[in-house]
Every structure is written in structure tokens, then in C-alpha cells.
Design a binder for this molecule. Sequence first.
Ligand code: NAP
Ligand code: MG
Length: 493
Amino acid sequence: MTSSVKLPAYLSGGPKKLLIGAEWLEALSGETFPTLNPSTGETVGHLALGDARDIDRAVKAARAAFEGPWSRFKPSERQRVLLRLADLVEQQTQDLALIDTLEMGRPISDSVRVVAIVVRGLRYFAGAGLCIHGKTLLNSYPMEEQSYTLKEPVGVVGAIIPWNGPLFSAAWKIAPALATGCTVVLKPAEDGSLTPLRFAELCLEAGAPPGVVNVVTGFGAAGAALSEHPGVDKISFTGSCETGQKIIRASAGSVKKVTMELGGKSPNIVFADADLDAAVAGSANAVFSNCGQVCSAGTRLFVERGVYDEFIERVADVGRRLRVGISTDPATQLGPIVSQRQLERVTSYLRLGVEEGARVVSGGTRLTEGALAKGNFVAPTVFSNVQDTMRIAQEEIFGPVICALPFEGVDEVIARANDTRFGLAAGVWTRDITKAHRAIKRIRAGSVWVNQYQVMDPNVPFGGYKMSGYGREGGMEHLESYLNTKGVWIRTE
Ligand code: NAP
Ligand code: MG
């Protein structure tokens, strides 16, 4: 319970303000809004309600920094900022983890793990920023004509992020900007703004000049204003497909670069020859981790017919045994759904599944017993008797809900796995390397995990095929998306 844990000092004091330049400012609206703990319904803090006018102020600050002192930072100086930032985040692991846990409900043990991933990412981008390079290019003019490419930061980046990993998403947008020399205006999700604000504060402390990182909290309207602002050169978005489409349309007015990390309905395919013990644990974790609020969750669980019944029962049993609880409790394995609104969305899909004719193997309901009474808790759920065409098998639920589907052979399962508008990720469990390779090549998704699920590394690109988006995060492709390429010609004759 919130009252039984020692709150980080950061959460005391008045409402959090907007970070514009190096100043903490109230929103011009003068308004604030509360952000709640989904385990208890208690208020964790208040945030400034920024709008288009605040976005405009932040974009101007970001432009001034881009053209001013930040443009004179050498790559090694930017690296030093990132390395200091990594140290600061590492030193404050417990507080940052606790703030994410209080605001969006990820179990505390998992939040601590995520901070470690963020630290690793910051150190990766610190190194990667030194490796940016152009090319000397051949041309067919006389020998005296030289041509080469220069890599330059795109400029002001508008970053819009969801609530399911506030610190992680903020870091994954800001770190490449720091590595390449861009500046950022970040619009965090209304349900996950506290760690992004704290992270931005640490960026200043680490030596980022005023205006390099700006944060405007608020609702979707602030994100919309950022998407259409003519002073923004690129939008980097993570969130739902529907919002992504709005942002693409809004960005067209000034022909911004856009990268889109959108949703998924990822297939997780278990062949009968797999190490089934590992596959059971991995398949449950592929959906129940972070209460299913993971874009790449393996929510369509395809299991080969011969082992289907036993396998599904075992996965359901993992769900039944998970310790569902208040997310600040170190023993909790499954926390709450982020908000009342998302809870309603998830429970509406639980009802829909039954209406569509799926069978509830485990879970299927909201949990309100004892300590869970005031939170947004849902039992880990496994549906069987699911048909590919059901809405629960096609739409992103974003909760701890597995749709189990039996299959007969490789060709059939690949065709069905690809029969979705999304293409973010996929899992394949088999001991047969030939089968694994066939699946890897034919699955239309941006990540494929074999005999595991959801591993991530800052050097390995992550992103979507089809309506799961475009652009990659992680690896040098991520940095590339923050860079322009300039072709240079020099006549030396
Ligand atoms: P969302 O509704 O799309 O919101 C994402 C962000 O966009 C929030 O900051 C939101 O602000 C803002 N926003 C809302 N309307 C906007 C508009 N018209 N223009 C610009 N920005 C706007 O998504 P969510 O509910 O926060 O997150 C869940 C979704 O994100 C799921 O679909 C999930 O799959 C996806 N996701 C994808 C990835 C990935 O890497 N591919 C990672 C995480 C999540 P408010 O919070 O104020 O509404
Ligand atoms: Mg909240």
C-alpha cells in the first residue's frame, strides 16, 4: 500500500511543473490534473495541464538550444553527458523504480529490472554516438570532383510516449537525441509522467544545456499540437495505432519525419517438439509480464494440436499461481491495470470473449477481494476455443489475456500467425532448427524470438512491420532516424 512504503522525496511538494528551457513553469492554462496509483486509487501527484501554447514555448526553447550551445558540443562531450546521466539513473534506481510503480502499477521488482535496462541503454547510446560517420563516395565525374556524405542531427524532435513504460520510453527517445545532437520536446502519457519529468531533471543535472530536453505534460491535445507544430523536424511516437495515424496526418502539414512504434497482436508459436517446460513458463510470461501492457506481448498462443490441451492447462496454472497484488509489495508478480479507463477496456474484452464463444480456462474476471478492492486488478486469463476471426484474436486487449489456438503444421500456423494487421513480434518454440528457420523467414514481424520471448538489447533493433509501425528503436538504425544525410560535392580542380 502507498502508506506503508517510504515515498521518494521527489513526490513531496506541490504539483509538478513543465520543463521548458531550464525552467520549471506552470502551464499557461494555470490548471493541473491528478495522477493516480492504480493499486489503490490514491493520488500520487499532480501534473501541469500543458496545451498548445506550452508546446509552442517548449519548441522555441528546443530550437534555441539546437542552434545555440548544444550545436557546439563535440561527440565526446555529448557522450560525457550520457555517461553522467547513466550514473545518476543508476544511483537513483530505487526511487525511479518506485515512482513508475506507484504511478502506473508495474510490480516493484520488475521496475527495478527496467531501470537497469535503461542504464544499459544510456551507456550504449553514449558509445554509439561516437560511431556516427558519413561515407566517401565514388562518382563518375573527373577525378578532381570529390563527394561524401555528412551526418547531421535532424533538429527538434517531438517525442510522444505511452504509459506502459514511462521511464524506459522517455529514455529511449531522449538518449538518441543526446547522442546525435538533437533537442527534444517530450509529451509523456497522462498516466505516466512522473519518471519522464524526473529523468529530464537528471538530464539537466548531467550537463545537458537548457532547452535540450523539454517536457510538456498534459492530455492528447498537447501531443496533437506537437505533431502539427511547424518548428518540429521529427516526431518519434510510441503508442496506439489509432493515435499514430492521427499523428501521421498532423505531421503532413510540415512534412515531418516520423517514426512509429505501434501496437501488436503477436503470435507465440509452440511446436510439440519444444522444451515444453520452458515454453509454458515463457508463454505465460510473454503475456502476464507488466499485466499484459506490453506492445509486443505474445497474446495469440498457437500450440500444436497433439500437446494443446495439456499445454494450455499448464499455462493457465501458471496464471492461477501468480501473486496478484499491490505493486509496491516486493512479492507481487502481477500488478493492476494502469487506469480505470484501461480496466474497463480490458474487462469489456473479457465479456466479449465469452459472447464470441471462447472458453475461459482461467481468470476471466476483475479481482476485488481484500487488498485489491480499490485497485484495477484483473485475473490472469486464458481463453481457449478461440477462432482466428474473433475480435479477441484480432484486436489488441493490452491486459493479461491469452487467446489460445491449436494448429496442425508449419505452413498452416505461419499463414494464421500472419493473418493480422499487426507485425510487431513473434515467438517460436521448437528443438528443430530447420522449422525455426522456416518460421523466422516467413513471419512478417519486426522481432522473432526463438525458444524465449521478449528479450531486448539496446544494440538490437525493435519495431514493426505492417500496422505495427515503421522505424526501428535500438541499434544504429535508431540513431540514423535522428540524423539527416547531406551529400557534399567539392570541385578540387
Ligand atoms: P495512446 O492513446 O496512443 O497514447 C500514446 C501517447 O499519445 C500519449 O502520450 C497520449 O496522451 C498521446 N496522444 C493521445 N492522443 C494524441 C493525439 N491526437 N496526437 C498526439 N498525441 C496523442 O496509447 P496508450 O493508451 O498510452 O498506450 C497503449 C498503446 O501503445 C497500445 O496500443 C500499445 O501497443 C502501444 N505501445 C506500443 C509500443 C511499441 O514500442 N510499439 C510500446 C508501448 C505501447 P494521453 O496519455 O494524454 O492520452
Ligand atoms: Mg496512474
